[in-house]
Design a protein around this ligand. Structure first.
Ligand code: SF4
Length: 471
């Protein structure tokens, strides 16, 4: 997928003025955030926190042992009859899939939801080689019909209203006119069922791979992943290397927090644990299973102070909690991963210079860390990325100059006091107009606050004097 992350500010302005998007995102993420709170703390805050800390420890432990776990997973998957392939980047991952498709005479490919395949642009690569690809997750299906991209890790069409979805289904998939949600989903189900039955190859992602048993784990709500991974002759799973965990017990703990954080469910409707292709005596399942372990920049991140970002289990809770995501939606972030986790991983994966706006797309309120089921310190990483941007010379002149002035002023009590007095005076003379020039961004959508007539320091000194003490 093309990286457009440096257009964050103009794209966010468009999103803020899009009434449909505002209504849809505010409703969708608002609901998801509330459900997550209820589900996580259904047995009390202490229990919810304990689950979170347990999951955080498991993912960190798995990351520490990542090279060893990857080798263990490869051996176990191979022993189960799956073929394991490694992809250093998007190009190699796509090349593997194309070779598999040609080898097995594939024409029609069905897909279940996978962020890694969005990341590597797999659909485009397959379509360029004349393979037909059909997304089967309902949200991804609508996105594909529209020719768009998902705007949320878990809810790809959270930016769309019911009527947007109805129009797409009517115009792009021939659905008869209806306003009933059940009729829309029934139509999509009938449409997709034919594709499930005709497909030669199914492509999925993977929420986890259990190293000790070589098990690919998928958690879904629509059942399409079951169709995609069991009906076609060939199943290809593309999984980021960071998704490997140690044991079945680890998986049991992580499934306590993933659905709760993502959709507010104690458990998703479907949990798939795939151990390999159909074996002798089994009546269903694919004849061939390939697992492609995708690096695509992850090893580079692993070797830095940002390795913690690889603990992400892609639940989307930080998006739902983020005050910036809530008004901009996901497309403004300009790549596959939006919200706070996107603001961290997009610059790391695509290059600081290609996503320099994103680490600033945060109020640093800290809510993303609070809701993260694996306790990733996203605010710390956003601040570190801002520092890296500064060091690498990717900050704007106005920002640099402003920060230098600010830094000089706050280090000198005299300058700081003088600046305060100057600001009060200027505010008295100018009233509360929009700020000029590069500062106008602040007042375009907010009122400039009124300065207190006296600063805290002045009041403190006066109070101390009144009481006869040294200030
Ligand atoms: S950073 Fe945490 S909250 Fe955000 S998607 Fe990843 S696991 Fe979920």
């Amino acid at each position: 997928m093309k990286v457009n992350a440096n257009s964050f500010i103009p794209a966010a302005k468009i999103a803020i003025n899009d009434a449909d998007l505002q209504a849809a995102v505010s409703y969708g993420v608002g609901q998801a955030a509330e459900k997550r709170t209820r589900a996580m703390f259904a047995y009390g805050v202490e229990h919810g926190e304990a689950l979170r800390q347990q999951a955080a420890a498991i993912k960190r432990h798995a990351l520490q042992r990542l090279p060893e776990l990857l080798e263990q997973a490869e051996s176990a998957l191979t022993a189960n009859g799956a073929r394991v392939l490694w992809a250093v980047d998007a190009e190699e991952a796509n090349r593997h899939v194309l070779e598999i498709a040609r080898r097995h005479d594939v024409q029609l490919v069905t897909k279940s939801k996978s962020m890694v395949t969005e990341e590597i642009g797999l659909n485009e690569a397959l379509q360029e080689e004349s393979f037909t690809v059909v997304e089967t997750d309902l949200g991804e299906f609508i996105v594909q019909l529209d020719g768009g991209t998902p705007s949320h890790i878990v809810a790809p069409i959270v930016h769309k209203t019911k009527s947007n979805i109805r129009d797409t289904l009517m115009q792009q998939a021939g659905m008869p006119a209806t306003d009933e949600v059940q009729e829309m989903t029934a139509y999509a189900r009938r449409y997709l069922r034919q594709k499930f039955l005709q497909a030669d190859m199914g492509i999925s992602g993977g929420n986890f791979i259990i190293a000790e048993t070589g098990t690919l784990c998928l958690v879904t709500n629509e059942g399409n992943a079951r169709m995609v991974t069991s009906l076609p002759r060939v199943h290809v799973a593309l999984v980021g290397i960071e998704k490997v965990i140690g044991t079945v017990e680890d998986y049991a703990s992580l499934t306590q927090v993933l659905p709760r954080s993502a959709t507010g469910q104690a458990l998703t409707v479907y949990t798939h644990m795939i151990n390999g292709p159909r074996t002798v005596g089994e009546s269903d399942g694919p004849e061939h299973v390939y697992v492609i372990l995708v690096d695509n920049g992850r090893s580079r991140i692993y070797a830095t102070d940002y390795a913690e970002a690889l603990a992400c289990i892609r639940c989307g809770a930080c998006l739902n909690a983020c005050p910036v995501y809530r008004v901009t939606g996901g497309h403004a972030y300009g790549w596959v991963y939006p919200g706070p986790i996107g603001a961290v991983v997009t610059p790391l994966m695509t290059g600081l210079e290609n996503a320099s706006a994103l680490p600033h797309a945060s109020s640093l309120c800290g809510r993303c860390k609070e809701v993260c089921p694996v306790d990733i310190d996203l605010p710390r990483m956003l601040l570190d990325l801002r520092h890296d941007l500064q060091e690498a010379g990717h900050t704007e002149f106005v920002w640099d100059a402003g920060m230098k002035i600010w830094s000089t002023a706050v280090r000198s009590p005299r300058l700081f006091a003088a600046a305060g007095r100057g600001a009060v005076l200027a505010a008295r003379v100018m009233g509360r107009p929009p700020l000029p020039g590069p500062l106008s961004g602040w007042t375009e959508h907010r009122e400039f606050p009124t300065f207190a007539p006296k600063s805290f320091h002045q009041r403190w000194s006066e109070r101390a004097k009144d009481r006869g003490k040294e200030p």
